[in-house]
Design a protein. Structure first.
Ligand code: C2O
Ligand code: CU
Ligand code: CU
Length: 453
């Protein structure tokens, strides 16, 4: 449904059996009965209203990851949708927020450029469990600038959601506990580092094979795994010896110019928008997308079966993709330091020594001010900030890394590293969160509030 300025979407969150592995039904929590949830496509400059109805037996929160929207539609942990059937679960009154019963309208003003976003659950303390059970979907924002480029379009513009899951013999998800929280009996130290699966799913299917013609394709790669990082490579690499991937976009949309990579490291929640040209392969080649950071059976992600069709390819990758404003760190008005580490002497995770308490604000930022945020780590932490995209200015081992280009909302903070990003919040005053996107770290306290005025 649409009117002159607004497009309307409806999503029902409900339990459903989903077939991930052939012949096995897996009880899941879903958006509209499928995994991934329906791909929402909205237009920059138009308002989108997404009505989420909660038919699950627990409170939910929806967050549009990478979205630029007012605080009351951002999915703050206290802004829950309680089950509509009036079932037992009540709101934890110690968490500030505005709980509603049954359904909530999320309003996205559309004041942002084309980008690959995704929506997922953000329940406080349970995000790992709910996302693992299926609450994730793509939300693509399109605009005239991106549409006008001669990049592959239509059925050659394909979002790829990569997740890892473990299944019990009867098909049930083998997630260790609803609350991966160390006070819950039966949950061991193993989960402190996050929950890994041993089956890689791409758009919900294990090791899928995609038939491709000998032409260019655009893939919007999203790592929606709870904590697994992937090192993506093609095997065999293109026989011409030139770099494999041409990256055209990152979390926040198009790069200014294309960038090439032999392999791409993708931390949880990061997006890489890449073009692959299968005309570089001989007809009949099976090209495997492999994971060089594999453990167990997670070395194979998917494969592409190159057909003998070579349609005339009218696409191109322009040298100039977009004009991207450069955030100059020398113009910053303040610097903030955030330490991401396990909580001293206590199992769990924290930012600046504070395990997450809603309402405890670690940064009060002024809208329009350019700030530098420095993140320091003990182990790997994919750090994510809500509300605005940012730019990586440096890492302790030098400048921005090879996967830091463009507008980012999630960065792969490496072990024992410090990095700095330039960020400027705009438009919406209110309360938001930033956190580690290793979802078990997030659930175990590695999150904090910031406010904008
Ligand atoms: Cu993708 Cu606050 O999360
Ligand atoms: Cu987010
Ligand atoms: Cu972490």
């Amino acid at each position: 449904r649409s009117d002159t300025a607004t497009d309307y979407y409806e999503i029902t969150q409900r339990a459903a059996d989903v077939e991930y592995l052939p012949g096995l039904r897996t009880p899941s929590w879903t958006y509209n009965g499928s995994f991934p949830g329906p791909t929402l496509i909205t237009r920059s400059g138009r308002r989108a209203v997404v009505t989420h109805r909660n038919e699950l037996p627990r409170p939910v929160v929806v967050h549009l990851h990478g979205g630029h929207m007012p605080a009351d539609s951002d999915g703050y942990p206290g802004d829950t949708i309680l089950p509509g059937d009036g079932s037992s679960v009540s709101h934890d009154m110690s968490v500030p927020g505005n709980p509603v019963v049954g359904s909530r309208d999320y309003v996205y003003p559309g004041k942002q450029r084309a980008a690959t976003l995704w929506y997922h659950d953000h329940s406080m303390g349970f995000t790992g469990a709910t996302v693992y059970r299926g609450l994730a979907g793509f939300h693509l924002v399109r605009d005239d600038e991106d549409d006008a480029l001669p990049l592959p379009k239509g059925d050659r513009d394909i979002p790829l959601m990569i997740t890892d899951r473990s299944f019990a013999a009867d098909g049930q998800f083998a997630y260790p506990s609803l609350a991966p929280n160390l006070t819950v009996p039966g949950v061991t130290d193993d989960h402190l580092n996050g929950v890994l699966g041993d089956v890689v799913l791409v758009n919900g299917a294990p090791w899928p094979a995609l038939p491709v013609d000998r032409q260019r394709y655009r893939f919007r790669i999203l790592n929606a795994s709870n904590c697994r990082r992937y090192g993506l490579r093609l095997d065999p690499p293109p026989p011409d010896g030139d770099p494999t991937f041409t990256q055209i976009g990152s979390d926040g949309g198009l790069l200014s110019r294309p960038l090439t990579h032999e392999s791409i490291d993708v931390a949880p929640a990061e997006r890489f928008d890449v073009v692959l040209d299968f005309a570089r392969y001989a007809p009949g080649t099976r090209v495997r997308l492999v994971n060089t950071l594999a453990t167990d059976r997670t070395g194979e992600v998917m494969c592409f079966d190159v057909s003998d069709r070579t349609p005339q390819d009218t696409t191109a990758i322009p040298d100039e993709l977009s004009s991207v404003e450069y955030l100059d760190p020398r113009q910053a008005v303040r610097t903030r330091e955030f330490l991401f580490q396990s909580q001293n002497g206590d199992p769990g995770w924290s930012i600046n020594g504070e395990p997450y308490t809603p309402g405890t604000v670690l940064a009060h930022s002024r809208l329009g001010d350019l700030e530098l945020w420095r993140f320091t780590s003990d182990v790997h932490h994919p750090v994510h900030v809500h509300l605005n995209h940012f730019q990586v200015t440096r890492r302790s081992n030098g400048g921005p890394g090879p996967y830091d280009a463009g507008w980012k909302d999630t960065v792969d903070l490496l072990p024992a590293q410090a990095m700095e990003v330039a960020i400027r919040f705009t438009d919406y005053p209110g309360r938001f969160v930033f956190h580690c996107h290793n979802l078990e770290h997030e659930d175990m306290g590695m999150m904090a509030d910031f406010t904008t005025i």
